[in-house]
Design a protein around this ligand. Structure first.
Ligand SMILES: Nc1ncnc2c1ncn2[C@@H]1O[C@H](COP(=O)(O)OP(=O)(O)OP(=O)(O)O)[C@@H](O)[C@H]1O
Ligand SMILES: [Mg+2]
Length: 423
């Protein structure tokens, strides 16, 4: 059966998701009846060496990993997909608020007024050569003073709206798009990875109250602040769990593949007294028969890991402070991405940043196979959830019409304050 968006049997729609990462491409096919949680019917995965720090660096390798991962998912599901929901996790992801206002002359606000201000907002979206991935209405303003989630039925002279837009550099998005299309798949939509990961591993109440989601991938770490159910700030750190692997490989002169094993099998983010006694075998980088393996105490491996985590989480802390995520309402943090599988990483982050921290794994789908329940698959699961939801996104289509408007861009700190003050 060949399926695309909106197709499928018995009123179900089929959603295909593709997470293209620096270490792997993961594919998932799910069906949704629009009521219950989407049901996974097939998954696929292929190691990928075509990306560097989240950016496509080799078209052919990326395309062949995409093709292999999706073909595997299609075989499992017994369907052929046409269009996929794709993630982007680097490429200069950025977010801002665009504010637009229209005159409504003191009248009672009707649905048409809301549509009007939204269409003005859409007409005003200008990313200055960047690609707009998402444009979602956040808060409405009445006469520049009162901020409300839903202005319907209220009176005002001027109705405004703050539109939350997420943008990316255009060339990296085009490269991703090209890889997917070369693999004979259509791109249904490209979703910022922190939006997808947030859908999959944050509880609705966390997203309401305020939470920082830190997705540690192989090559990049995305830091995203969610407040009042929306992603209100994000920052991309070009560092990931692969840097830990490279540090181990270079410190102990061993191959990356072995360093990866050392990290996942013996690595930890916290120390224990036993670490000085556990001796770990290190295979030599050289393949010469006369070079013998050496043995080092586990404590040395843990020390290398902790040095890198210090760098990473110090950076995370700075980005969070810059985004205004501090004080009593800036205390919750969720770690996800494959890098969050490192033992005791939440304890480390909690100790360094003084925020409550847990590891987030994908939820909200039924039938996710055992191999995809880890934190490395949060974005993949979130893409399927995104594809299954009908969400208000001005970029996905709205009408243009005329009108008087003023537009300004607002800093994140203000947005977070405003959202909090509305809680
Ligand atoms: N148990 C584990 N302990 C430590 N690290 C782990 C563990 N499992 C996976 N990782 C690390 O997670 C990383 C892969 O994470 P993920 O799959 O989220 O990245 P990606 O999506 O391929 O890359 P990116 O999003 O950065 O482009 C690898 O560096 C891997 O070593
Ligand atoms: Mg990733």
């Amino acid at each position: 059966m060949r399926v695309g968006r909106g197709n499928g049997s018995r009123g179900e729609r089929t959603i295909a998701a593709l997470d293209i990462g620096s270490s792997k491409v993961a594919a998932l096919i799910a069906v949704s009846d629009g009521e219950g949680p989407p049901r996974v019917i097939g998954t696929g995965q292929r190691a990928c060496t075509g990306l560097r720090q989240g950016l496509v660096a080799d078209l052919e390798r990326t395309e062949s990993a995409i093709r292999a991962a999706m073909e595997q998912a299609e075989r499992n599901a017994g369907v052929t997909v046409e269009n996929v929901v794709v993630s982007v996790s680097a490429g200069g992801l950025d977010s801002e608020i665009v504010s637009v206002e229209v005159d409504i002359g003191g009248q009672r606000i009707e649905r048409g007024d809301i549509d009007h201000v939204l269409s003005e907002g859409r007409a005003q979206l200008d990313a200055g050569g960047r690609t707009i991935l998402h444009a979602q209405p956040a808060l409405y303003t009445l006469d520049e003073t009162t901020r409300v989630m839903n202005p319907l039925g209220l009176h005002a002279n001027r109705l405004g709206v703050d539109i939350h837009i997420i943008t990316a550099d255009t060339p990296p998005v085009r490269n991703l798009d090209q890889c997917v299309r070369t693999a004979d798949l259509g791109v249904q939509t490209i979703v910022a990875s922190p939006i997808a990961a947030g859908l999959a591993c944050l509880a609705p109440e966390e997203r309401e109250l305020g939470v920082a989601l830190v997705e540690i991938g192989a090559g990049v770490t995305n830091v995203a602040v969610h407040v009042r159910g929306m992603l209100v700030g994000l920052s991309v750190i070009p560092m990931g769990s692969e840097d830990i692997t490279a540090d181990i490989a270079s410190t102990f002169s061993t191959r990356r593949i072995h360093a990866e094993r050392l990290k996942t099998l013996y690595g930890s983010a916290t120390t224990s007294p036993r670490d000085n006694h556990d001796m770990i075998e290190i295979l030599p980088i050289s393949e010469d028969d006369d070079v013998e393996p050496t043995r080092v105490p586990r404590a040395q491996i843990v020390a290398v890991i902790r040095d890198r985590l210090d760098m990473l989480f110090s950076d995370v802390g700075e980005r969070l402070n810059e985004m205004g995520f501090k004080g009593p309402r800036g205390r919750q943090m969720v770690l996800t991405g494959g890098g969050a599988e490192l033992k005791c990483i939440a304890d480390f982050a909690q100790g360094l940043l003084g925020r409550h921290c847990r590891v987030g794994r994908p939820r909200g789908l039924v039938g996710l196979p055992e191999a995809q329940v880890g934190s490395a698959f949060s974005t993949l699961a979130g893409l399927a959830l995104y594809g299954a939801e009908d969400r208000e996104d001005l970029w996905a289509g709205s009408v243009r019409d005329g009108g008087q408007m003023r537009m300004s861009r607002s800093p994140w700190g203000r947005m977070i304050e405003v959202l909090r003050s509305n809680l």
